[in-house]
Design a binder for this molecule. Structure first.
Ligand SMILES: Cc1ncc(COP(=O)(O)O)c(C=O)c1O
Length: 382
């Protein structure tokens, strides 16, 4: 039997019971709202995780890299949205995937990209389907739903030999919405923006079959998705401290953690040192802007019980520093050299990205040394 005491640290752990609970929770919500999920595989980048979301066989997915698209295509996934604005040099790989029978759709928000996609489509006689990215909250890319460029982009695609598949947006600002009400508002704005954009395209005689929304906070807050054809979410399979910090989940829902080992002590400073630095957790400090700053992560014992007020407060490349939260009245726990603890991360996507694989524990029973039941690969890179 292999347990969390066995592999050399640091390594990433997935608590399967928590993950399955998270997957079930969003699945039930979306069933009620009557909109299918297009899983974003960027968080876990794992076939086994996707299999839990789509147990009856490959379903629709979203990817953030062509490497993910190729990896999932190799495993039989044929309905894929590449949800990062297309860069024309990558169109050769897009066409390569499409020739393998994958309905890979690209995303764009400019006439320059639309022209490049139309040119590649016309040159090969293979229409590439594209979604136009709509900006609903000023967070990142996209054009506003009422931007005149929307119709120009749509016409450029259609007249140039490509396919206008629809519109897509992502309420990235919802990660800063820390009340149920502001999360509901973000979900509403995310929905309203793409529905408005879709209507404009249709009124101009352009077809717009796909109306795609999604982020983990808005997927959990939406109350009405009329006019929306799919919801994308990825982080929710693991959740993380940022999501717990805005109340989308509880700390007990966090399914990803990193096992590290105590390598020393600095009693004069109140520090416990570990072999897990920012290479192990990533440098993500997402909770720094939240009501409760969780440092580089919340510390639990190997069984997953939170050690009160103990945070991973500092990180260099391969050293982690654990100390008590400022103002804590707890005593620093006794963790002799060689003790293993787990770190719950700020941002699951960033932490998972440090690893090539997950050690999986069932999570069904509490144990001082949980058994590793499986190892699941991740597919990193571009
Ligand atoms: C375009 C797009 N759609 C969907 C998502 C999924 O969001 P989340 O990870 O919050 O579920 C992301 C995540 O960054 C994204 O960039």
């Amino acid at each position: 039997v292999t347990t969390l005491e066995d592999p050399d640290t640091p390594f990433a752990v997935v608590d399967r019971a928590r993950m399955e609970r998270n997957i079930g929770r969003l699945g039930m919500r979306l069933d009620k709202l009557g909109v299918p999920l297009r899983l974003h595989v960027k968080t876990a980048k794992s076939l086994e995780v996707a299999e839990r979301v789509h147990p009856t066989g490959p379903g629709p997915i979203t990817v953030s890299t062509l490497a993910e698209a190729e990896y999932f295509a190799d495993a039989g996934y044929t309905d894929i949205v590449y949800a990062v604005g297309i860069e024309p040099h990558k169109l050769a790989r897009v066409l390569g995937l499409r020739r393998r029978g994958v309905d890979l759709q690209v995303l764009l928000d400019s006439t320059a990209q639309a022209e490049a996609v139309a040119d590649a489509s016309a040159r090969t006689g293979e229409p590439i389907p594209a979604l136009v990215e709509i900006d609903c909250d000023g967070h990142r890319a996209g054009i506003r739903a009422d931007d005149p460029a929307l119709l120009v982009i749509g016409r450029t695609l259609v007249d140039g030999g490509a396919e206008l598949r629809g519109v897509l947006d992502h309420a990235g600002e919802s990660y800063y919405a820390d009340t149920p009400e502001t999360q509901r508002q973000a979900a509403q704005e995310e929905r309203d923006a793409v529905v408005r954009a879709a209507r404009r395209l249709q009124e101009a005689g352009l077809s717009c079959p796909t109306v795609s929304v999604g982020s983990t906070p808005t997927a959990h807050a939406a109350t009405d998705l009329t006019g929306v054809t799919e919801v994308r979410a990825g982080n929710y399979v693991f959740f993380d401290l940022v999501m717990a910090g805005i109340g989308v989940c509880a700390i007990d829902d966090l399914a990803l953690s990193v096992v590290v080992t105590v390598i020393g002590h600095r009693p004069d400073k109140g520090w416990i040192l570990t072999d897990g630095g920012w290479m192990a957790t990533s440098r993500d400090r997402g909770t720094a802007v939240q009501k409760v700053d969780q440092g580089y992560g919340v510390v639990t014992d190997l069984s997953g019980r939170v050690l009160p007020d103990l945070l991973m407060s500092g990180a260099s490349q391969e050293h982690g520093t654990l100390s008590l939260r400022t103002g804590s009245t707890q005593d620093l726990p006794e963790l002799p050299v060689g003790t293993r603890v787990r770190i719950l991360p700020n941002h699951a996507c960033a932490t998972a990205a440090q690893y090539a694989e997950y050690r999986v524990i069932s999570g069904d029973t509490v144990s001082d040394a949980p058994e590793i039941e499986a190892t699941w690969r991740r597919h990193n890179g571009w």
